[in-house]
Design a protein around this ligand. Structure first.
Ligand SMILES: [Zn+2]
Length: 417
C-alpha cells in the first residue's frame, strides 16, 4: 500500500470508529462526530507539515505552503458531517482525498507554486440545519443575519449561533457581515465526492469528471382544484375530476422531458406526494382536489425557465378544457453552478495520463462546490464510483476507486503548478 493510501485507510477507519451509530455512522453538523472528524484530519495534516487554522464559522483550513505565499490559493474541500445513520464516505472522502494527494505530491518532491489548502467545511447536510451549504456560505458571508438565530438544529433545537459559538466561532461577527473567505484569494476550488447515483457503476468508470451542478425549480405546493361529485350519478361531461387532470398534467411533464432528451437538453423532473385528501375523498366520489410537489432540475437555468413557461401553459390549457384549476403555486430557484472547463480538461488529461477511465457527467445533487462556483471561483468536482448510493448505512466505495480519484487529483494539481 502506498503511504497516501495508508494515510487514507487509517483516517477512514478512525472516522468510522469514532462516529459509529449502528447501522452506519452519524456526524451531526457542529456535533461531536463532526468535531472529531475535523480533529483527525488536522492531526494527519500536521503530520504532513501543514498549518491548521479555522475561520469564525468553524470551517477548518489545512495549508500546504507554496513558493508564493501571497498568490491565490487552490482549495480542495468537502464536508465532514453526515446524515443520521449515514455512510462513512459522503463528504469525508473529499477531505481525505485532498490530504492523500498532498502526501503523494510531497513524497514526489513537488512544491506547488501557490498554497494548497484542504478545507473541512462545516454543516453541509441540510437534515441538521435546514439551509443549504451552511458552512461554505458562511465562509463567504452569504447567510442572512437573521439566519444565525432563526435557523435551529433539528435535534437540539438550539440556534446556529449557539452551535457556532460552542465550536469556538464568532456568530456576532458573521451577523455583522464578516466574510472570512475572499473569493479573490482563491485560484481554484476542487471538491472530490462519492457519486450518489449509479452512473459510474453502470458505465464502469472509477472516476467521474463533473461538468456542472444542476440547479432546480421547486414547487412544494402544487394544487389542482376540481369539483367533488357523485362517482356514479355524474356523467363524464359534467365532471371536473382533479385526479384525471393531474394525471394529464404529469404526462405533459414527462412529454416535456422526452422533448428535452431528444434535443440533448439536460433536464430531470420528479413529481411526488401526489394525493387526494382522505378526509374529503371517498371511493364513491369524483375527486375534487389533488396536491403534489414538483422538482425540476437542469444544468441550464434557461431550460428551467422554458420548462416553467411550458408547464404553466399546459396547466392553463388542461384547466380550461377540464374545468379545473391547476395552480403550481410558489416556487424557489437554485441556479445551476457552472464548473470550470479548464479544470475539467486538466482532470481529463490527468485521467488519461494515469490510465484511469473517467466519465464526464453532471451532478444531480447539490454540493458545497456550487457556493464557490457562484462566487466566480474556477471550480471543479471529481466523483468517485460508489456502490449503494449515499445517505444510507450501506453506502460503499472501493478503496481502489478512491485511489484512482487521488491519482487524478494529484496529477491535476501538478499540472496546475
Ligand atoms: Zn455530501
Amino acid at each position: 500500500m502506498t503511504p497516501e493510501m495508508a494515510l487514507a485507510t487509517d483516517l477512514f477507519a478512525r472516522l468510522r470508529e469514532a462516529s459509529a451509530d449502528p447501522p452506519g455512522v452519524t456526524r451531526a453538523a457542529f456535533g461531536e462526530g463532526e468535531a472529531r472528524a475535523h480533529d483527525f484530519a488536522a492531526q494527519a495534516a500536521r503530520d504532513l507539515g501543514m498549518a491548521i487554522s479555522h475561520d469564525i464559522a468553524g470551517n477548518q483550513y489545512m495549508t500546504w505552503p507554496g513558493r508564493d505565499r501571497a498568490a491565490p490559493r487552490i482549495v480542495i474541500g468537502s464536508h465532514m458531517d453526515t446524515v443520521r445513520h449515514g455512510g462513512n464516505f459522503d463528504g469525508a472522502a473529499g477531505v481525505i482525498a485532498g490530504l492523500a494527494a498532498i502526501r503523494a505530491l510531497r513524497d514526489a518532491g513537488f512544491v506547488p507554486e501557490q498554497d494548497i489548502v484542504v478545507m473541512a467545511i462545516r454543516a453541509e447536510e441540510v437534515v441538521w440545519f435546514p439551509t443549504p451549504y451552511c458552512g461554505s456560505r458562511m465562509a463567504f458571508g452569504l447567510l442572512a443575519p437573521g439566519d444565525y438565530d432563526e435557523v435551529t438544529r433539528s435535534d437540539t433545537g438550539r440556534s446556529l449561533a449557539e452551535h457556532i459559538r460552542e465550536a469556538g466561532g464568532d456568530p456576532d461577527a458573521l451577523k455583522a457581515g464578516a466574510r472570512p473567505l475572499d473569493p479573490a484569494g482563491l485560484r481554484n476550488f476542487i471538491e472530490v465526492h462519492i457519486e450518489q447515483g449509479p452512473t459510474l457503476e453502470q458505465t464502469d468508470h472509477p472516476v467521474g469528471i463533473v461538468t456542472g451542478i444542476r440547479g432546480n425549480l421547486r414547487y412544494r405546493h402544487c394544487a389542482i382544484t376540481g369539483q367533488y361529485a357523485h362517482a356514479g350519478a355524474v356523467s363524464r361531461a359534467y365532471r371536473h375530476d382533479a385526479v384525471l387532470a393531474g394525471v394529464e398534467f404529469v404526462s405533459r411533464v414527462e412529454r416535456l422531458w422526452d422533448q428535452n432528451d431528444a434535443a440533448g437538453r439536460d433536464f430531470v423532473a420528479t413529481i411526488g406526494e401526489f394525493w387526494t385528501d382522505p378526509q374529503m375523498h371517498g371511493i364513491t366520489k369524483v375527486p375534487g382536489e389533488v396536491r403534489f410537489t414538483m422538482d425540476l432540475r437542469s444544468l441550464d437555468n434557461a431550460i428551467l425557465e422554458d420548462a416553467d413557461a411550458a408547464l404553466r401553459a399546459a396547466a392553463a390549457e388542461i384547466s380550461a378544457r377540464r374545468g379545473v384549476a391547476i395552480d403550481p403555486g410558489a416556487h424557489t430557484n437554485a441556479p445551476p453552478a457552472q464548473l470550470d472547463p479548464a479544470l475539467q480538461q486538466a482532470f481529463a488529461e490527468s485521467a488519461r495520463a494515469q490510465g484511469i477511465a473517467a466519465h464526464a457527467m453532471p451532478s444531480g445533487a447539490g454540493h458545497d462546490c456550487a457556493t464557490f462556483a457562484w462566487q466566480g471561483i474556477a471550480s471543479g468536482m471529481l466523483f468517485i464510483r460508489n456502490q449503494n448510493g449515499s445517505h444510507n448505512p450501506d453506502e460503499d466505495m472501493r478503496m481502489a476507486d478512491f485511489e484512482a480519484a487521488v491519482r487524478v487529483l494529484a496529477d491535476a494539481l501538478r499540472r496546475l503548478g
